[in-house]
Design a protein around this ligand. Structure first.
Ligand code: PLP
Length: 402
């Protein structure tokens, strides 16, 4: 008998399971609104033109080989990542209070950041995450031994942010707790705090001496404006917090499978930063030895060249504007149909995802009668909508809510 015969069967990942069901469906007009990756208006994955261009440069560069990168990653990539998220002139850069580690995309940054905290953050081993949050957060944080608790975030009643509930939860958390914050384009709700609300959140985090843990998986992808999407992170840094930020280049560069990301840590002093950097390198060494090169090279060339950078910003706008356009068209169609309920949250929410307010039984009908695939919590990926299916989807919603 196997030594592992008692290994329990784990349930399949919800999103990947949904995609498998969608693929197996033979209906011609089926719609996949589960997937968390950008699709163009014909429903296809989109390789950014600037990425294609840079890949050619890399392939034809005789100086590029397949040696290992340094443990902490490609140095100019790390520097450029810091500047992208904090702003190029942020004083913490000159003061050498910031450390960046190249990671296995955003997931790896969340992992390494929480692993570091589990070893070296003495005030707490509890991390508070928004209710709801990206499903993988809980798994990542509990894997490194942190206890995961929720703070109030989303209000099903208003299909918006419950700011008072959120502030209350943060007040009630023991001093020094770790607080996971979505920097922009909250996944799964698409509901972000306003700048005024961020200020109130920062006030409580400061008062309670909590540690802000930012997850930034959608910079530039959310609004089409890289600075605007980084506003909350920069605001906290300017107020003098010690914090960390997980950066992912999966969505904003379309580099999903290349696993390019960065963990950026801001400390109070240069001395602490230097010591922490040595420990991050030690942890990284035992985890992955050194990070993957190709995606980081692409990002590095683009971020460090003004012409390519401008082209990237243009590509980002193509993606974020198409998503905004789909929000607008879905909203207009529902309004034209006179669909019961209020739907302005569809255009108020931001980023790839939207909480529609649809309930599990309605989602079931959407799937079985209309071959439209979305998660049971009513979350849709706007990227799955296109000019050829948005009307079909609006009519399906109209039917299930009546
Ligand atoms: N954090 C959030 C909130 C996300 O939505 C995602 C991707 O869906 C990630 C992190 C990490 O993704 P990746 O590891 O592909 O960069």
């Amino acid at each position: 008998t196997s030594s592992f015969q008692d290994v329990p069967l784990a349930p399949p990942d919800v999103i990947f399971h949904l995609t498998a069901q969608y693929k197996a469906d033979t209906f011609q007009h089926k719609v996949n609104l589960g997937v968390g990756a950008y699709r163009d208006d014909s429903g296809k994955p989109w390789v950014l033109p600037v990425v294609k261009k840079v890949e050619k440069i890399i392939v034809n560069d005789p100086t590029i080989d397949h040696e290992y990168l340094p443990i902490l990653g490609l140095p100019p990539f790390r520097e450029a990542s810091i500047k992208l998220i904090l702003g190029p002139d942020n004083p913490v850069i000159k003061e050498k209070r910031v450390v960046a580690t190249q990671t296995i995309s955003g997931t790896g940054a969340c992992h390494l950041g929480s692993l570091f905290l589990s070893r070296f953050y003495s005030k707490s081993s509890v991390i508070y995450v928004s209710n709801p949050t990206w499903a993988n957060h809980k798994a990542i944080f509990s894997n490194v031994g942190l206890e995961v608790k929720d703070y109030v975030y989303y209000s099903p009643k208003t299909i918006g942010l419950d700011i008072n509930g959120m502030l209350e939860s943060l007040k009630n958390a023991p001093n020094g707790s770790i607080i996971l914050l979505h920097a922009c384009a909250h996944n799964p709700t698409g509901v972000d705090p306003s700048q005024e609300q961020w200020k109130a959140i920062a006030d409580i985090i400061e008062e309670k001496k909590h540690f802000p843990f930012f997850d930034c998986a959608y910079q530039g992808f959310a609004s089409g404006d890289l600075d605007r999407d980084a506003w909350a992170v920069r605001y906290f840094v300017n107020r003098g917090f010690e914090l960390l930020v997980c950066q992912s280049y999966a969505k904003n560069f379309g580099l999903y499978g290349q696993r390019a990301g960065c963990l950026t840590f801001v400390f109070k002093t240069a001395e602490t930063a230097a010591k922490a950097e040595s420990q991050l390198a030690k942890l990284q060494r035992s985890e992955i030895s050194n990070p993957p090169a190709h995606g980081a090279r692409i990002v590095n060339l683009v971020l460090n060249d003004p012409v390519l950078y401008a082209e990237w910003v243009d590509n980002l706008k193509t993606m974020s504007f198409r998503i905004q356009e789909m929000r607008r068209r879905l909203f207009d169609k529902l309004t034209a149909l006179g669909t019961p309920g209020t739907w302005n949250h569809i255009v108020d929410q931001i980023g790839m995802f939207s909480f529609t307010g649809l309930k599990a039984p309605q989602v079931k009908v959407l799937k079985e009668k209309y071959h439209v695939y979305l998660t049971d919590n009513g979350r849709i990926s706007m990227a799955g909508l296109s000019s050829s299916n948005v009307e079909y989807f609006a009519k399906a919603i109209d039917d299930v809510v009546r």
